[in-house]
Structures are given as C-alpha cells and as structure tokens.
Design a protein around this ligand. Sequence first.
Ligand code: SAM
Ligand code: SF4
Length: 327
Amino acid sequence: MIAGNRSINYLRISVTDRCNFRCKYCIPSTPFKVIEHHKIARYEEILRITRLACELGITKVRITGGEPFVRKGILPFLEQLCGLDGLTDVSVTTNGALLNRDKIRRLLDMGIRRLNFSLDTLDPEKFARITGRDRFHQVWDAILTAHDMGIAPIKINAVALRGINDDEIQAIAGLTKEYPFHVRFIEYMPMGDSDVEKQQQMLTREIQDRIIAAHGPLSPVEREKNDGPAKKFSLENARGILGFITPVSSHFCSECNRLRLTSRGTLRPCLLKNYETDILKPLRDGANDDALKQIMIDALTQKPLSHDLDSRTPKDVPISHMTSIGG
Ligand code: SAM
Ligand code: SF4
C-alpha cells in the first residue's frame, strides 16, 4: 500500500483498551469510559483484516494496547497471527507485568523474537507512583527472563518527564552498558486528558545533554532496513543501543510506514490526527474481501504528510486514549 511517496508495510494493532496499569502519561486519573466489549474487534475479525492487509503489502505487525496480555486468549491469537502468509515480523509491546517463563517460551515457539517493554524508572517506589501499581520487580524479572531465554532485541521504552523520572535518565541510559538492550526515550505526546503537564514534557536535546554529561559522547549507529523512527546511538563500550523517538521535536512523518488498527476496529493512518475509518462495521455487515481492502487503501489517502503537534487546536487533540489507539 502506498501513502504519498511512502510504502506502508507496518500494521500496529491495539487488541484491547484495557490495562492493568495506570501510567500517568497514558491514562487519566479521573474516571474514563472503556470500550464496550461488543465494540472491540474479535480475534477472528482482527485476523481477517490483517490477512487482507498482508495481501496489500503489510509484512510487519506489532501488537499493542492497552496491555495485550490482559486480553483473554492472546497467546492462541498470536499463534494464528504468526501463521499468516506474508507476515515476516510479529512483535509485541507490553508492560511485562503478566509475562512469565511459560508465556515467553510460547512466544518464542511461535516465532516471536522481539519484545518492547515499557519501563520509566528503576526505582520500585517511583514505578508505583508512575504506573499506579507496585509491580517493578515483576516487570524487571520478566525483562531479565526474556533476555535469558533469547528474546532479542529487547527494547525498553521510557517516557522522560520533568519532576517525575528525569533524575533517572542517566541510570536508564546506563542499562545499555550492562545489557544488550535497546533503550529508547520517547518524547511525551499530549494525548488529551492525561495528568501530565506540558512543562513536564522533555525533548530529546535535553535528554541527550544529560546522558552525554553523565556517560560521554553518543556515537550514531547506522540504521538497518525496517528500523522504526528511533534515532540510534551508542555509548562508549556499551552492549546495547540508545534510541530517541522524537514525535514532538522532529517529525518523522516523511518516513512513517505504518497504519494502525484500533481496538474498536478503526483504521488510523496517523497516531496524532483524529482521522479514523471504521472497517469493523462493514466487515460485520458482510463486506467482501475486496471491499475491505479498498477501505484500507482509501484510509491511507488520509495519511498526512506531517502533523502539527506543537501548534494544534483542541479539535486536533486525539480524543481517544493511547490505550484504545495503540501506542
Ligand atoms: N501496555 C503496553 C506498554 O506499556 O508497553 C503497550 C501499550 S502502551 C500505550 C505503548 C507505548 O506507548 C508505551 O511504551 C508507552 O510508554 C507509550 N505511551 C503511552 N502514552 C504516551 C504518551 N502520552 N506519550 C508518549 N508515549 C506514550
Ligand atoms: Fe497501560 Fe501501557 Fe498505557 Fe502504561 S503505557 S497505562 S502499561 S497501556
């Protein structure tokens, strides 16, 4: 599939808007509505949409949420997904709290070799403050178990926030000296009603300055085919890689090769634009494969050439939480 001059080969699928965590930057502390169960795309519906997307050139899928592992039946679903023709790369983004040796073994057996974990702090108390859950040790154990069992690369996503975890940027970056992990700092994106203030947002330049002050220079790492938007560097004598994902300070829209399928069964060509196309309703109404493929092709005509995160008006602010869109 083509959008402008970009070839779209990556589908990011949110399988649920539910999560066992309440990360400050992702979910508001005030009451919010979850999607009614019957409105969430069923596994067989997701599989059909993904199969058709593969026929249109999707080769890479990342499963996200909410928290994918809270959804019942996720492992058999992933097994079926991994068996789809044309998919060469399936990976999962998780908070890690529900992963254990048995589940990781099953992931490896079905061919999933790569996992992204979210981890914003190495301090158990701060972890509980950020995520609303006292689960640091479970998450850290899951990361180390995945590493021991051969998941590679392990990517660790951290959102750096002033006054919350900015004092740990150096320590989190320092993980790459000890482990072959890819540690990626993601700029906080205001997604609507999160409890994080704009002043707490930290941009990549400041994060890098703090890392350089603590660890010395950052050497650029060459990009590989299928690399995402992270700009990659390494510290001297490091085993791992540092990545910086800069949706705010430096758009990567011109290189964006992804389409999102939300947990409500809508196609979202851009995370930061509210445009969505419902594909689930036509599917449930009996649309045939060709009609569903055309919906995907048409949705991509709405993929913008750039977003305007810095200058947008309230109507541009995503109305859905990251959990339903799929971060
Ligand atoms: N629950 C899983 C997890 O935490 O990895 C998957 C879903 S979560 C929405 C996916 C990613 O989105 C996480 O790495 C999280 O840090 C990131 N994220 C959530 N809200 C964000 C925000 N407002 N700005 C930047 N990144 C955000
Ligand atoms: Fe849940 Fe992930 Fe959002 Fe945290 S970042 S609340 S773990 S979906």
